[in-house]
Ligand binder design. Structure first.
Ligand code: GLY
Length: 338
């Protein structure tokens, strides 16, 4: 989002809050004085989950090239799949819950450990920007459901129908049997063969060496109404520690929440593990927690450390991630446990 548009939105938020007679405590997560927090010069890089991360990375890269903060880059980046009706796992066009409602989850975190999140948000195409507003303009970290929608509307976001004809038709097909069976790596399947989901998680480092992360999804297709996965949960679907690095996840959110996966990956990097090794250890933790049961679901982690090194690891074959820096613009396939 351009500075101009952000400025307009911020102005709208203030006016809306004033009109509603409410005072927003913007101080609680106020940006610290930048001078106190100046870090070394960094080498910009952005990484994100899945093949569709590549176009999202391109949008983020443009922001990094203009010397903006990593958190601005990741917000701009993940807005690309959020707006794409062909991407049925994120934002507009996302597959609905079992009752036909498209409900979106997202979170964002910056270099100062400020964070914002929304869960089970309906009718708003860009949940990541609502999460950004929660971070920037409220004393809270997470808003959910009707409260999140009310906040978004007060901020000036437009209410829209997010259920596209394609996703509606597929859901109506699903209703005939109503069998809830998550499928792995749906992004890599050909159209028509699949009905499940995944997520975009994006991590970036800017010119100053500061980090930011964002994660956004429409969640598991045909989930129970009110179900929230890992993606909007700080520590589960996303974690950023500006001293160490950042991590994000994709796959079956319940499994990620059980091990607070992204926080675990960052803590492993703090202990000295390379991003790929840290992701592998988190994946192994999930496998061990499920010992004796069929591990027929997918979880993948993606991590970026303060040196600009990145890596990923997944339970199953097929988890891909996209990387953009001054040398490469590539998609990699993650190694996998099974
Ligand atoms: N990882 C996304 C979800 O489980 O909703």
């Amino acid at each position: 989002m351009s500075d101009r548009r952000r400025f307009v939105k911020l102005s709208m938020l203030s006016s809306a809050a004033l009109l509603a007679g409410k005072s927003l405590n913007a101080a609680t997560q106020a940006l610290p004085d930048d001078k106190q927090y100046t870090t070394r010069k960094g080498k910009p890089v952005v990484v994100s989950t899945w093949d569709f991360g590549q176009v999202a990375n391109a949008a983020a890269w443009r922001v990094l090239e203009q010397d903006h903060r990593a958190v601005d880059a990741v917000e701009a980046g993940v807005r690309v799949p959020e707006a794409d009706p062909e991407n049925q796992s994120v934002g507009y066009g996302g597959r609905p819950d079992r009752d036909g409602h498209v409900t979106l989850d997202a979170c964002i975190m910056d270099e100062y450990s400020r964070c914002g999140a929304v869960a089970a948000l309906e009718h708003i195409k860009h949940p990541i920007s609502v999460a950004r507003m929660v971070m920037d303009k409220t004393p809270h970290v997470m808003l959910v459901g009707d409260g999140a929608l009310q906040f978004a509307l007060e901020c000036g976001f437009r209410k829209e129908n997010l259920l596209t004809t394609k996703s509606k038709r597929e859901w109506e097909q699903w209703l005939k049997k109503s069998e809830y069976a998550p499928q792995n790596n749906i992004e890599n399947m050909l159209p028509g063969g699949a009905y499940n989901h995944d997520t975009i998680g994006m991590l970036a480092m800017d010119n100053r060496g500061d980090m930011g992360g964002a994660c956004t999804t429409s969640g598991m297709a045909y989930k129970m109404r009110g179900r929230v996965g890992d993606s909007p949960i700080i520590g589960a679907g996303l974690y950023v520690d500006n001293e160490v690095g950042a991590a994000t996840s994709s796959g079956v959110g319940e499994e990620v929440i059980r091990i607070v996966g992204s926080h675990l990956v960052v803590e492993l990097m703090r202990m000295g593990f390379h991003p790929e090794a840290a992701c592998r250890k988190a994946v192994e933790r999930i496998a061990n927690r499920n010992a004796g049961k069929p591990v027929d679901f997918q979880v993948g982690f993606l991590a970026l450390n303060k040196h600009g090194e990145y890596g990923a690891y997944a339970l199953q074959e097929g988890f891909t991630y996209s990387v953009r820096n001054d040398k490469e613009d590539r998609i990699f396939e993650a190694k996998h446990l099974f």
